[in-house]
Design a protein around this ligand. Structure first.
Ligand code: G3I
Length: 300
């Protein structure tokens, strides 16, 4: 196959991209997006600050623009994200305790209800674990409402959109390490207690090396009975960029429950990073990394 989406579909997987709503009016950009990708994530437009700028006053204008573009072009949508310590609206940043818990669950419910039937998978909770060696939770206003805030968010999301796959999503989980093991233990506990969780997202914002146990880490989560997805892939440009992209792609293909890969942007000039980490250059040309991913998806 000659596009990322079609090549991924040969094994029942998807290949997606994160998109800012503003780019949907740039035809050079949407030409690439429409041709190559078959899963769409809003880069910022479905986050808490975007969707609930004032308490219980929701604004879905930009998120809808992205979801409707995706659906009208035959693509699926990964929702990002219902609950996060960052990009909270100002009114929420200063809340705590039971008021914050209620506000959080109202947010999860209302946003997931709005997009019910349109979202393949939601990043229900994003980045709730700490970096470093503790393997524990990140401190945040949400965490201070009680350790059970994550499962409460998942239960609210399930009730609001029973058809969406519900994911936990995080970064620096690219191998077997303290942080990924902390998440692994949470997922194992959720599965044992019947907390609704269907998938784990591995953001995979990568530098110039890839952990040798990247695939083994995906596999150990899959073995818990959840899907795994590469959710925000980008890789520092350098001599190893194409190799790392290919290795990540092959790792996903080797794990039967790895259902797809999303790149965190399309062209290098639209990336949140300044180290040219994407598959298309600033002019929209396919990079070596692009060809290495396509070749891997085609079984090469
Ligand atoms: O849209 C406003 C604009 O109106 C304003 O004038 C300008 C001034 O700061 O800011 C603009 O918003 C920025 C937004 O991107 C859109 O460009 C925010 O400041 C900026 O913080 C925001 O950055 C986003 C970042 O998440 C925020 O945490 C990046 O685009 C986005 O790629 C990045 O994505 C995250 C994932 O959600 C979670 N995982 C990590 C990943 C990379 O940081």
């Amino acid at each position: 196959e000659s596009t990322l989406g079609a090549a991924a579909a040969q094994t029942g997987r998807y290949f997606g991209a994160a998109v800012p709503a503003g780019r949907l009016s740039e035809s050079a950009y949407t030409t690439i997006l429409n041709r190559e990708f078959n899963m769409i994530t809003a880069e910022n437009e479905m986050k808490m600050d975007a969707t609930e700028p004032s308490q219980n006053q929701f604004n879905f204008t930009s998120g809808d623009r992205i979801a409707n573009w995706a659906i009208s072009n035959g693509k699926r949508v990964r929702g990002h994200t219902l609950a996060w310590h960052a990009q909270q609206p100002g009114w929420m940043q200063n809340m705590s305790g039971s008021a914050l818990r209620s506000a959080l669950l109202n947010h999860v419910t209302k946003v997931a209800e709005h997009y019910r039937g349109k979202v393949y998978a939601w990043d229900v909770v994003n980045e709730a674990f700490a970096d470093g060696g503790s393997g524990g939770r990140r401190d945040s206003n949400l965490q201070r409402t009680g350790n059970d805030w994550i499962e409460a968010a998942f239960r609210a999301a399930r009730a609001a959109d029973p058809g969406a796959k519900l994911c936990y999503n995080d970064y620096n989980t690219d191998g077997i390490n303290a942080k990924s093991t902390g998440i692994y233990n949470m997922v194992r506990d959720f599965k044992a207690r019947g907390v609704p969780i269907d998938c784990v997202g591995f953001q995979s914002h990568l530098g110039t090396t890839l952990s040798g146990d990247y695939q083994a880490n995906l596999q150990r989560f899959a073995d818990l009975g959840v899907d795994v997805q590469i959710t925000e892939l980008d890789v520092e440009q350098g001599s190893n960029q194409a190799n790392i992209y290919a290795a990540v792609t092959r790792a996903c293909l080797a794990v039967s429950r790895c259902t797809g890969i999303t790149a965190w942007g399309v062209r290098d000039d639209t990336s949140w990073r300044d180290d040219n980490p994407l598959l298309f250059d600033r002019s929209g040309n396919k990079k070596a990394a692009y060809y290495s991913v396509l070749d891997a998806l085609n079984g090469g």
